[in-house]
Write a protein that binds this ligand. Sequence first.
Ligand SMILES: NC(=O)c1ccc[n+]([C@@H]2O[C@H](COP(=O)([O-])OP(=O)(O)OC[C@H]3O[C@@H](n4cnc5c(N)ncnc54)[C@H](OP(=O)(O)O)[C@@H]3O)[C@@H](O)[C@H]2O)c1
Length: 316
Amino acid sequence: MKKVIILGSKGMLGQELVRVFGSDDGYEVIAWDRDDADVRDKVELSEKIMDIMPDVIFNAVAYNAVDACEEDDEEYQKAKVLNGIFPGELASISKNIGATVVHYSTDYVFDGKRPVYKGTSKNPSCCGQRCDGCMYMGADDTLDYYAYHENDEAHPVSRYGRSKLMGEENVERVGGDYYIIRLSKLFGLPAESAEGKKSFFDVMLELGKKNDSVQAVDGETSKFTYAPDLAEKSKEIVEKNMDSGIYHVANEGAVTWYDGVVELYKIVGLDTKIEPVTPETFPRPAARPDSSVLKVTKIEPLRHYSEALEEYINDK
Ligand SMILES: NC(=O)c1ccc[n+]([C@@H]2O[C@H](COP(=O)([O-])OP(=O)(O)OC[C@H]3O[C@@H](n4cnc5c(N)ncnc54)[C@H](OP(=O)(O)O)[C@@H]3O)[C@@H](O)[C@H]2O)c1
């Protein structure tokens, strides 16, 4: 039986990793959140891991306060410790005991300065939507233009993005058996943890039920990632013993936040009016990439986010 440690086990992603591995008899799951092991205590964490001698360690711990760390130096220090320094320490512990480490990163390592595809394909068969993975992909190279490949150079535009890039670089520098999995716009059941946040869709669903109209940013084009799909795909990557390196894992469909709300209300049958607004309508301290679509080239693409969203809404 293989031993798997899941750090950040009560987070939005961590809880799904626990569920996916916990339902497989081939694994013994050791699930730790902040109360079980504060990862900032490197010595204690290292001792606890050595007691277990796991085969795989998943790092689903996160500092996700994108805006707080942009405007506050102490917060930025916390981001650098959790997102930047700790992943390297964990990779080093893993390498020393011959374990595989799986670390998670973000589309926010990219600057998003590539032009956003606006559905102006020269191909007359193109539906004019922003559909990544379209059957006409390649017929018109603008379709592929905005997506970031796994090996594209990263240029973060925020402190959060820089802290996540630091984590990637530290894991790569240590080497050993590692996977860095980038995702974007995570959604799923709210994290069980104390600080657990609701995902965008749950927030917009509540707003849509209470109001006649809502505003949604028609920008920041990227892909949504359904936490259970990400957890399943992470397991598959490890089990297939794929090459160490950076992987993009996100559901298909390159969309704005506005597009996501339109899809959500269609699924639940809400007729709340949705007003598309520019990102500047909601000024925030940290810059976001205009378009940070993760191109998935190393694995079979995931299902479209609308299918995953429908399942999420129906199951919860
Ligand atoms: N959420 C997104 O939209 C998104 C987008 C792109 C990438 N990602 C990446 O995806 C990964 C998972 O994110 P997530 O949204 O699932 O995170 P999350 O829900 O915020 O969960 C993070 C978990 O880490 C725990 N944690 C925080 N500090 C810790 C510490 N010092 N020691 C031990 N545990 C600690 C948290 O516990 P407490 O609640 O008690 O602090 C929480 O259970 C992260 O690498 C994140 O950067 C997320």
